[in-house]
Write a protein that binds this ligand. Structure first.
Ligand code: 3HC
Ligand code: NAI
Length: 705
């Protein structure tokens, strides 16, 4: 037997234990070990078998690192077949999370029990896949097609009690000791002569499925697919479970699983899965860097960002005090938080008691002296360097030694802010994204003098409040906003070249962006960019640059907040509508600037908007602002809603081919000038060497070892 799967007999029950840390993924050794143990147990003296796991969780799925590599037997279907055909009952004993292939293993067992804290789920869709070991066939057989579709298309885990109510598991055992509970349950089953329940023997009568159910599901899922093909294939698999034999359904599932596992969409989503975890690791910081204790947090400024940031901490039970300039502003800030919680409660995401608990964790003050006992301060006042410096000097005077002083600034120089204190080692950036209580990304900005333990603490606290953290060094706009410059610029240039706002946005939304760049500008407020440009001296002196954004602001069309920007907005529904007046205005501005309008293809729109992201990303890598290409992908997927099935800008560039990207950028340079299109040296080098950013990133990691 493999050394990761062991077998022992306890009171006539054979206990098969998997021990493959960290998450007991179904690597080849695990599959082989389970198969061997189940086969051997058929002829021993036990009455039943319990399948359980060591460590923090039941099997959390197939080993994702094995996808794309040559398969090594035994395959999962063979293991599941041995379990299902066992002559004695096999009982899955679930703790932690039984996910993907792990839950599918349990579905091949005759019975499933779990402790109350356990969860079960089929998250494959989040990797651009579908459950490939019978999940799409067994779940509809025991829980019905609707539950199966909800569970598999959402990928969300289900807690034990609910899973029992849905018939996904048979028993919730008392206490925390899943092995003891499962053995007791197994004995009960043996004593009562419980049958060998095989889910494969159930057939689903087509008459029990509402007519049109699958067509409606397909339509609904397509509307939010954003380039994902897995949801559609999931519907097809569940459809194949209805009225057909298990084997026919499994064949269909295998066929579609193979299609997905070799698709670029799934490769991109698996890349993001690992990139997210990798981003949490700081290259030159040992994993055991000590952390500072964070029990109480202060947020300075209760505006758009401050309120959301306060909620992030309150949601996980950390005390937070909000600081504002006067009682009125404080009351407004706290009021917005209260309103946000009320909306969350209405949606059924939090109970009244939970909201009360969160609100109870938030207090307010207008007196900086009240910050003497806080462990971490996050400043979120207006975007003004002098004001921020003033505030950090004040914090330096009142905060206890070792308190972490963070700024949520979007663009300002963290080192200049740190220099306003006598403790620059405690200063760093914690850049949240709007709305801060919703968006997953947190850019943690490392200043020149930031101490290792302050940085490690910021990353750890980010994870604790449910954020995906990515590290940036100091530069204008850090990783995300710095890269956005060319994206916004080109989206406006394309208007002068002959596109309508709707055409530009449709091309990028077709690519999978949640919202096109011009609609995004309207949402964020065109005045914000306008003001930011006013203070910049480094921009080319070109009347075409941001022309339409400037004209719109000067017409008081700031975007959604004024009811009009690139588009008009319905006052009641906020629905965006094309505005013929703006389309005509674009034409006349182009004529005034001597730009000859032409038909622009969707392909060109994508290249002109997306390639600046890639080029700036390459510069950011060369300058050491980002640690690795995959960190940039994490920033874009979690902070800017870049479509995960495209894997982030750097992964997408690798997919397109760096030579193709480089050649196109050279073509644009020749057409539009070097001040806008200058290929990054790293991009040029890799394109000429025929390499990818991923290869370059791996070489960099290797050179550190
Ligand atoms: N395969 C390989 N490695 C995995 C893995 C998997 N299925 N799941 C997690 N890991 C690795 C992570 O990469 C990470 O590695 P690192 O320490 O080197 O960075 C380590 O395990 C710990 O993972 P987390 O940091 O995510 O640990 P958490 O405790 O925060 O979360 C978890 C645990 C909830 C199990 C989470 O890891 C998770 O969601 N894993 C993926 C589950 C999944 O998607 N399963 C389906 C796989 S596809 C499948 O099963 C196909 C089948 O239908 C045929
Ligand atoms: P905002 O204008 O909504 O709120 C700022 C708040 O700070 C106001 O309520 C103001 O009363 C308060 N304030 C001003 N001076 C103060 C002082 N001395 N002490 C205490 N409170 C004070 O601004 P917003 O949008 O929340 O931005 C805050 C910061 O977050 C800025 O640095 C901005 O660049 C950054 N940011 C903004 C994002 C956004 O989408 N709005 C996204 C990410 C970062």
């Amino acid at each position: 037997m493999s050394n990761v799967v062991s077998y022992q007999i306890v009171d006539n029950i054979g206990v098969i234990s998997v021990n493959n840390p960290p998450v007991n993924a179904l690597a080849q050794v695990v599959r082989a070990g389970i198969l061997e143990a189940v086969t051997a147990a058929q002829s021993d003296a036990t009455d039943a078998l319990v399948l359980r796991c060591e460590g923090r969780t039941f099997i959390a799925g197939a080993d994702i690192t094995e996808f794309g590599k040559p398969p090594q037997g035994p395959g999962l279907p063979e293991v599941l077949g041995a379990i299902e055909n066992s002559v004695k009952p096999v009982i899955a004993a679930i703790h932690g999370t039984a996910l993907g292939g792990g839950f599918e293993v349990s579905l091949a067992c005759h019975y499933r029990c779990a402790i109350a804290s356990a969860k079960v789920g089929l998250p494959e869709v989040k990797l651009g896949l579908l459950p490939g070991a019978g999940g799409t066939q067994r779940v509809p057989r025991i829980a019905g097609v609707k539950v199966a579709l909800d569970m598999i298309a959402s990928g969300n885990p289900i807690a034990a009690e609910k899973a029992k109510a849905l018939n996904l598991i048979d028993e919730v055992v008392a206490g925390d000791d899943v092995q003891a509970g499962a053995i007791a349950y197994a004995k009960e089953l043996v004593a009562s002569g419980a049958p060998l329940k095989r889910i494969r023997d159930i057939t689903i009568d087509p008459a029990t499925v509402e007519p049109g159910f699958f067509e409606a599901a397909r339509k609904q899922l397509a509307a939010r697919a954003r380039g994902q093909i897995a949801p559609d294939r999931i519907v097809s698999c569940i459809e194949a479970a209805v009225g057909q034999s298990m084997d026919a359904g499994l064949d269909r599932e295998r066929e579609l699983f193979m299609e997905l596992v070799t698709s670029p969409e799934s490769a991109a989503m698996r890349h993001i899965f690992f990139a997210e975890r990798q981003a949490a690791k700081i290259k030159d910081l040992p994993r055991d860097t000590p952390l500072r204790e964070v029990k109480k947090v202060a947020v300075i400024g209760g505006g758009t960002m401050g309120g959301g940031i306060a909620m992030c901490f309150a949601n996980v039970g950390i005390q937070v005090v909000m600081v504002e300039i006067n009682d009125e502003a404080l009351a407004r800030g706290l009021g917005i938080i209260e309103k946000n919680y009320a909306i969350t409660m209405k949606k059924g995401k939090l109970t009244e008691a939970q909201v009360a608990q969160c609100m109870g964790a938030i207090s307010g003050t207008t007196d900086y002296a009240d910050l003497a006992d806080v462990d971490m301060i996050i400043e979120a006042v207006f975007e003004n360097l002098e004001l921020k410096k003033e505030i950090f000097a004040k914090l330096d005077a009142v905060c206890k030694p070792g308190a972490i002083l963070a700024s949520n600034t979007s663009y300002q120089d963290i080192d200049a802010i740190a220099a306003a204190t006598k403790r620059p080692q405690d200063v760093l950036g914690m850049h949240f994204f709007s709305p801060a209580n919703v968006m997953k990304l947190l850019e943690v900005v490392r200043g020149e003098k930031t101490a290792d333990d302050a940085l490690a603490t910021a990353m750890a606290i980010g994870k604790k409040i449910g954020k995906v953290c990515a590290l940036s060094r100091v530069c204008y706009g850090f990783i995300g906003n710095r890269m956005l410059g060319g994206y916004g610029r080109e989206s406006q240039m394309l208007l002068l070249d002959g596109c309508t706002p709707a055409k530009v946005d449709a091309a990028l939304e077709g690519f999978g962006m949640a919202m096109g760049p011009l609609a995004m500008g309207d949402l964020a407020g065109l005045d914000v960019g306008y003001k930011a440009r006013e203070g910049r001296t480094d921009l080319p002196n070109d009347p075409k640059l941001y022309r339409m954004g400037t004209v719109l602001v000067e017409m008081d069309r700031f975007g959604q907040k004024t009811g009009a920007g690139f588009y008009k907005y319905d006052p009641a529904t906020r629905a965006r509508m094309n505005d013929p007046e703006i389309e005509a205005l674009i034409k006349s501005e182009a004529a005034a600037l001597g730009v000859e309008q032409r038909e622009v293809s969707d392909q060109e729109i994508l290249e002109r908007c997306l390639y600046p992201l890639i080029n700036e990303g390459a510069l950011i890598l060369e300058e050491g602002i980002a640690q690795r290409p995959s960190d940039i992908d994490v920033v874009y997927v979690f902070g800017y809603a870049f479509p995960a099935p495209k894997g982030g800008p750097m992964h997408y560039a690798d997919h397109v081919g760096l030579k193709n990207v480089y050649d196109k950028i050279c073509e644009f340079r020749d057409r539009y000038g070097e001040e806008y299109w200058k290929p990054a040296p790293l991009l040029e080098k890799l394109a000429k060497e025929g390499k990818t950013f991923a290869q370059w990133g791996a070489e960099q990691e290797q050179s550190l070892r």
